[in-house]
Write a protein that binds this ligand. Structure first.
Ligand code: ADP
Ligand code: MG
Length: 323
């Protein structure tokens, strides 16, 4: 029961970026290797996600839009052990209740696909459709029936920046998936999906920036750290370019972010931050995700040990440059 409440508190369809995040996470969970995102008006008019994942079987499609209809996992500790990003079974019904959703999907072995159209959560159409590999989900007229939420939506530029930030992080934490992001037909992001973190970073931050990044590597009994950090001359005016990924999941942790910046010491100008993509593997039991409903903020056991290891690995990478 408590778990159910914690789960319900995680309700997160506040803005276009949260819709994109939930839908892309579903595509990732479905083992897609290619995920394409098409936006109009920063998602307010249209968000379309096309994946090549496992799809949803005809008999399960309408069920997926019912509350708590997760096909995934059941408790908090499982969260960092099992690699699915979703677990609440809330995203699809929540999104559908505040927009017009069209889903076209089919799963392996089926002879035809399924198309579902829901408006404001109400099923308008449920029919056979052409067979396709994976799922195509289209969200239109977001918040058309919830003017209160529309009020919180910021400018197109701000909403688009938020979406870009989230898709970047999802791409950086999944180098084996090829991502493409388009806004009004213009390509904003493309990653190769060949499994190489370095190439994914190049797709997100550009080849020139990536050339000015150095790899880090460290391991002790509890943690394995891998990733890339920028040279001190390549900095940004915000922490948004620091991505920390624990067991395949992008997380937020103030202490780790601070440690990364501190590792640069006086090489960093005030108000400037490095670009860093840090992958950490650890026993899921050392991660407490029960901090915030978005599952992004985590508390770590042995945090001090991790901080020391992280700082060491970054200073080493920078020292090799004889800076
Ligand atoms: P959750 O991700 O927490 O399980 P969602 O409401 O996001 O809940 O999705 C409900 C279910 O719909 C998922 O558990 C999954 O079975 C199915 N689903 C949603 N999107 C996709 C997709 N792109 N490909 C395959 N299955 C999907
Ligand atoms: Mg989900």
């Amino acid at each position: 029961e408590q778990l159910a409440n914690q789960i319900a508190a995680g309700e997160v369809v506040e803005r276009p970026a949260s819709v994109v995040k939930e839908l892309v996470e579903n595509a990732i969970d479905a083992k897609s290797t290619q995920i394409d995102i098409y936006l109009e008006e920063a998602g307010l008019k249209k968000i379309q996600i096309v994946d090549n994942g496992e799809g949803i079987a005809a008999e399960d499609v309408s069920q997926a839009f019912k509350r708590h209809a997760t096909s995934k996992i059941y408790n908090q500790a499982d969260l960092f052990r099992i690699r699915t990003l979703g677990f609440r079974g809330e995203a699809l019904p929540s999104i559908a209740s505040v927009s017009k959703v069209t889903v076209e999907t089919s799963s392996e072995g089926e002879v035809s696909g399924t198309r579902l159209v829901l408006v404001g959560g109400k099923m308008e159409r449920h029919e056979k459709a052409a067979l396709r590999r994976g799922t195509k989900i289209t969200v239109e007229q977001l918040f058309f029936n919830t003017p209160a939420r529309l009020k919180y939506v910021k400018t197109i530029q701000t909403e688009l920046a938020n979406i870009g930030d989230i898709v970047n992080r999802l791409a950086l934490s999944h180098p084996s998936i090829a991502f493409r992001l388009f806004h009004e037909g213009n390509q904003m992001l493309r990653t190769s999906g060949n499994g190489e973190l370095r190439q994914t970073i190049a797709g997100v931050y550009g080849v020139q920036t990536t050339k000015k990044m150095r790899s880090i590597e460290a391991k002790d009994l509890d943690f394995t750290i891998r990733g890339y950090v920028s040279l001190p001359e390549v900095t940004r005016a915000s922490r948004n370019y620091i991505s920390t990924i624990i067991n395949g999941r992008y997380i937020k942790n103030f202490v780790l972010n601070k440690a990364i910046t501190q590792a640069y010491g006086s090489k960093l100008m005030v108000g400037r931050f490095p670009i860093a993509i840090i992958e950490i593997e650890m026993d899921p039991l050392l991660v407490d995700v029960n901090v915030h409903p978005t599952k992004q903020e985590v508390r770590l056991s042995k945090e001090a040990e991790l901080v020391t290891l992280l700082k060491q690995s970054i200073s080493e990478a920078l020292r090799e440059e004889n800076l």
